[in-house]
Design a protein around this ligand. Structure first.
Ligand code: GLN
Length: 532
């Protein structure tokens, strides 16, 4: 197609309007037209990456195959586009500054004063173009985190201004805003949108396309008014109304020809409208599935975003099993032997969630014990797998003080232990076992049945590991180690084959479940839950 085209997605009025979903939808529509597309997120905060951030602050931490701890929007990009992102797809202000400061210390700037403009902005621009230059994508979509008007967004906006100027038609800005409905007045209000476009214009950026988030249908008149006040074409004002599922959004954007407008503005030929067949099939199946499968999510974070990828993987797998995922959060901090039955008995299956630290851990053991002794489909992920191992050691192997070194440094029965190479680590950021590792499956296992492949690769994010000293004891007592890392001999998967579906995985399968390629383990888990 020639030169890479750059699309910038900015947001105004409020945060949480769904820039990630709009970016992913644009990506999807362009990809469906045969273009190669990647999406990257630039976050204005100072952390080097979100790996050290608490889920209450920032939701789930997503992990790329190359072991980068990333913003959860990268999960949307992968789920929508079926692509794999990398470290280069998520940049933070912290990383930009670090790289500039490292260069300064090396003497690369030859004695000059280092300033936000041009040094920080040049570094941002270099990073914007990195993937496009390296892989020659047709389109690179860059989502800018935060909201226009934030102090920390300014260097990014200045970089976009310069890039738009330099690239001409090869760059374009899509601005996402919000149109609130004032119930008392019975009116939709465009003033916040006008103000946020003014804020963009005041830093020299004229948005090319406006996407208006709204809870109510926007009239043609209202859109015309916005177009007029904001210097954009009528056809470039798109509404994004609340949808029952985020996966509807690409279709709604296609109906309004958002992709056509983008192509025309960038001087590309439009061609036929792609049918998005498999995507529509997925949605049809999703709408038709009314019967529920009830899944209990046993964890400590009572907030949607903390387990984002798990929720998406479950709901995708439910769709492909023609069920609607009915997910119930079960707070492990409040689970006791006395109340566990009441909370879990009606579930078709439970997930034991990943996590860090002691809080809520004992409740996980309570849930696992109940599920194990009642033959309930159970799926332990990362810390969840470690908890399955610990519960088994305590209640089956008879080591009542069994634990993970993470929770009890002095435990005599450290069935989950810290690796030698992790012991010396003092820096918390980016030092866990991260990214995709190979794993070999036991061909007689349920896990193999699900994957239908002996060699798999899955993404990790943890410091502690199953302690191989106990492996034989586990196997003798009926818990099998069915997935092994061929290089390190580490146990990656455990299961109890005599139970219907009782599997723990040390990795995070949820990160690689996509709309058109749901994850085999989630598919198999939901199937078992349905058959319960
Ligand atoms: N806290 C555990 C570890 O570090 C598990 C981490 C996780 O669940 N992601 O090993």
């Amino acid at each position: 197609m020639g030169e890479t085209k750059y699309i910038f997605v900015t947001g105004g009025v409020a945060s949480s309007l769904g820039k990630g979903i709009i970016s992913s939808s644009i990506g999807k529509l362009l990809q469906a037209r045969g273009y190669s597309v990647t999406i990257q997120k630039f976050d204005p905060y100072i952390n080097i990456d979100p790996g050290t951030l608490n889920p209450y602050e920032h939701g789930e931490c997503y992990v790329t195959v190359d072991g980068h701890e990333a913003d959860l929007d990268l999960g949307h990009y992968e789920r929508f586009l079926g692509i794999q992102t990398t470290k280069a797809n998520n940049i933070t202000t912290g990383r930009i500054y670090k790289s500039v400061i490292d260069k300064e210390r090396r003497g690369d700037y030859l004695g000059r004063t280092i300033q936000v403009i041009p040094h920080i902005t040049d570094e941002i621009k270099r990073n914007v173009k990195l993937l496009g230059n390296k892989y020659k994508f047709d389109f690179v979509i860059t989502e800018i985190g935060g909201t226009v008007g934030d102090i920390e967004s300014l260097p990014y906006l200045e970089s976009i201004r310069q890039l738009k100027w330099e690239m001409g038609r090869n760059a374009l800005c899509v601005h996402l805003t919000y149109v609130p409905y004032l119930a008392a007045a019975g009116e939709l209000k465009t003033k916040p949108t006008q103000h946020s476009v003014k804020a963009l214009q005041s830093v020299g950026i004229q948005p090319d396309i406006l996407v208006l988030r709204t809870e109510h249908e926007l009239s043609a008149n209202l859109k015309k008014k916005v177009a007029q006040f904001c210097n954009v074409d009528d056809s470039a004002v798109i509404q994004s109304i609340d949808m029952p599922t985020i996966y509807e959004v690409p279709l709604r954007m296609q109906e309004q020809e958002l992709d056509v407008t983008i192509l025309q503005k960038m001087g590309l030929s439009v061609g036929e409208t792609p049918s998005l067949g498999p995507w529509r099939d997925f949605l049809n199946r999703r709408h038709k599935a009314t019967e529920k499968v009830k899944i209990g999510l046993v964890g400590k974070y009572d907030l949607q975003d903390a387990y984002k990828s798990i929720l998406e993987a479950l709901s995708q797998a439910a769709t492909y099993n023609d069920r609607k995922a009915d997910i119930h959060f079960i707070n492990s901090e409040k689970l006791t032997d006395d109340n566990v039955e009441k909370q879990i008995k009606d579930m078709d299956g439970i997930i034991i969630c990943p996590g860090f630290g002691q809080r809520g851990i004992e409740g996980k053991f309570v849930a696992i014990k109940y599920a194990r002794t009642h033959n309930m489909p159970t799926f332990g992920i990362c810390l969840g797998m470690q908890c399955i191992a610990i519960e088994f050691a305590r209640n089956v192997l008879g080591y009542t003080d069994a634990n993970s070194r993470e929770m009890d440094e002095k435990t005599p029965h450290n069935v989950i232990d810290i690796m030698e190479e992790q012991k010396a680590i003092t820096n918390m950021g980016g030092t866990m076992r991260l990214g995709a590792y190979e794993c070999i499956l036991d061909q007689s296992s349920k896990t193999f049945e699900a994957y239908k492949s002996e060699h798999i690769q899955e993404r990790h994010r943890h410091r502690y590991e199953f302690n191989n000293d106990y492996k034989q004891e586990y196997e003798k007592a009926g818990m099998k180690c069915v997935g092994i890392n061929p290089e390190s001999d580490l146990v990656e998967i455990i299961e109890i084959p005599t139970l219907k579906w009782f599997i723990g995985v040390q990795f995070h399968p949820e990160y690689s479940s996509t709309v058109l390629k749901p994850h085999p383990l989630f598919l198999s888990f939901i199937k078992a839950a349905i058959n319960k």
